[in-house]
Design a protein around this ligand. Structure first.
Ligand SMILES: Cc1cc2nc3c(=O)[nH]c(=O)nc-3n(C[C@H](O)[C@H](O)[C@H](O)COP(=O)(O)OP(=O)(O)OC[C@H]3O[C@@H](n4cnc5c(N)ncnc54)[C@H](O)[C@@H]3O)c2cc1C
Length: 405
């Protein structure tokens, strides 16, 4: 896609007034790319970057996460991972943060014979999709990553990277404003009249006037509405209930993830390490400065945001089983957030059956990875161009097809 951006304040012909509902990594990425092309963008979110984005480990790991039968997601993920270097470079240029793509690779490690067989299957699966994999004996794996447990029997090394989603979200919020966009701390819903999205309406007691919140209760009707040509629903798991204005249900549900942040010795770990311990998957993602993210649960328990003792226990147990010296690390943070999940594990991105209403949600475990390519797709839709090819199977219109099938 052409990366031509409009000079700040200039509006190219065909510019649109766009309201983005949700300032997580997806909404912010879409808003920034739209604003830098000269569209008039307003992001609405009472808790910017406080959703799943706040919990995410930030792995850009399409091959590690590849699952049999989900080739469309893998293809989008591989394209998305490639997009990240220019996205990070552009975002760094806008200015507030240095967006570092961590150069460390992923080690998938086996602790027993069943794991070894599973790794062999995984390697064959991703190699068939042209992802290079390095097979390592235990000794080579421990030479690369001395902190690994002596129990590790074998490993796969994948050339993947990671970002810190909290830093990225901060940079994106800055970039939206630096590119002429506006961020309004309001809880809103799409305003749909006669089958067309005409903007957003404030929910609760807040209001919006001239793109700014008024915060006052009891406003006149027009004070609670914001007009837009296009409404992008990027409200994470809440996109499902919000988009009920559509002619059919949008099947996005919350999928709870619990995650820990530990404080380890800087440099103690240089790779993202993933393993299966007692049938549970665990990953350990090092950040610069010694922070280590340990995750994550995947719980289909509705809107429950509680951090549970059992999950913290299991995550600590499993991480220490794989990297024993983490037993000495400080426990900095426990977090639970809700991922936006879909039944077929594919995000829903693009125009819907309601004119002017675009969905950008349902990214499940891969919203950080897919943020740049999702933004490209949304910009293309707003400008009436086809989305990147890898995003075609993720089209939100597939819901309309199902309805009429
Ligand atoms: C524990 C955990 C680990 C993860 N690790 C990774 C990883 O390593 N790599 C990866 O790619 N992905 C990862 N993910 C997934 C990733 O975090 C999500 O896919 C991604 O954050 C989705 O982004 P989003 O912007 O759609 O949703 P969110 O980040 O949830 O943002 C939605 C926003 O919408 C706002 N909102 C909701 N309703 C309204 C409303 N009515 N009006 C206005 N605003 C509203 C919310 O306040 C929120 O800020 C992880 C997720 C979890 C939970």
């Amino acid at each position: 896609m052409s990366r031509a951006t409009a000079p700040r304040g200039a509006r190219p012909s065909g510019w649109q007034r766009v309201a983005v509902i949700g300032g997580g990594i997806i909404g912010l990425a879409c808003a920034w790319r739209l604003a830098e092309r000269g569209h008039a963008v307003t992001v609405f979110d009472p808790d910017v970057a406080g959703g799943a984005t706040h919990a995410a480990a930030g792995m850009l790991a399409p091959a590690s996460e590849a699952v049999f039968g989900q080739d469309a997601l893998l293809a989008a993920g591989l394209t998305g991972a490639r997009e990240w270097s220019s996205f990070a470079a552009d975002l760094t240029r806008v200015g507030s943060e240095d967006i570092e793509l961590r150069p460390h690779a992923t080690l998938l490690v086996a602790l027993d014979a069943d794991d070894e067989a599973a790794l062999a299957r995984h390697a064959r699966h991703v190699e068939r999709r042209h992802c290079p994999v390095e097979r390592l004996a235990a000794r080579s794996a421990r030479r690369l990553e001395p902190a690994l447990s002596p129990r590790v029997r074998a490993a796969l090394r994948l050339n993947e990277t990671a970002v810190d989603p909290r830093v990225v979200a901060r940079a994106l919020a800055h970039a939206v404003v630096a590119s002429g966009g506006v961020v309004v701390p309001l809880d809103v819903e799409p305003d749909v009249r006669a089958g067309r999205a005409t903007g957003v309406r404030a929910r609760g007691t807040g209001g919006v006037r001239d793109g700014q919140p008024t915060g006052a209760a009891g406003l006149a009707d027009e004070g609670r509405a914001y007009k837009a040509d296009v409404v992008v629903v990027a409200a994470g798991w809440a996109s499902g209930p919000l988009a009920s204005a559509l002619a059919h249900p949008v099947p996005i549900r919350p999928l709870k993830g619990q995650v820990l942040r530990l404080g380890a010795t800087p440099g103690a770990l240089t790779h993202t390490v993933r393993a299966t311990v007692r049938g549970r998957e665990v990953y350990i993602v090092p950040r610069p400065g010694g922070e280590v993210v340990v995750g994550a649960t995947s719980e289909d328990v509705g809107e429950d945001p509680t951090v549970t003792a059992g999950a913290v226990h299991d995550l600590l147990h499993d991480a220490i089983e794989v990297v024993p010296e983490l037993a000495e690390a400080g426990l900095l943070e426990t977090t639970a957030r809700l991922r936006p999940a879909t039944a077929d594990n594919l995000p829903l991105v693009g125009p819907t059956c309601v004119e002017g209403l675009v969905l950008a949600s349902g990214h499940g475990r891969a919203g950080v990875l897919l943020a740049p390519i999702t933004a490209d797709a949304v910009v293309a839709h707003v400008e009436g161009r086809p989305p990147p090819r890898a995003m075609e199977p993720l089209a939100a219109r597939r819901l309309c097809h199902k309805e009429h099938a």
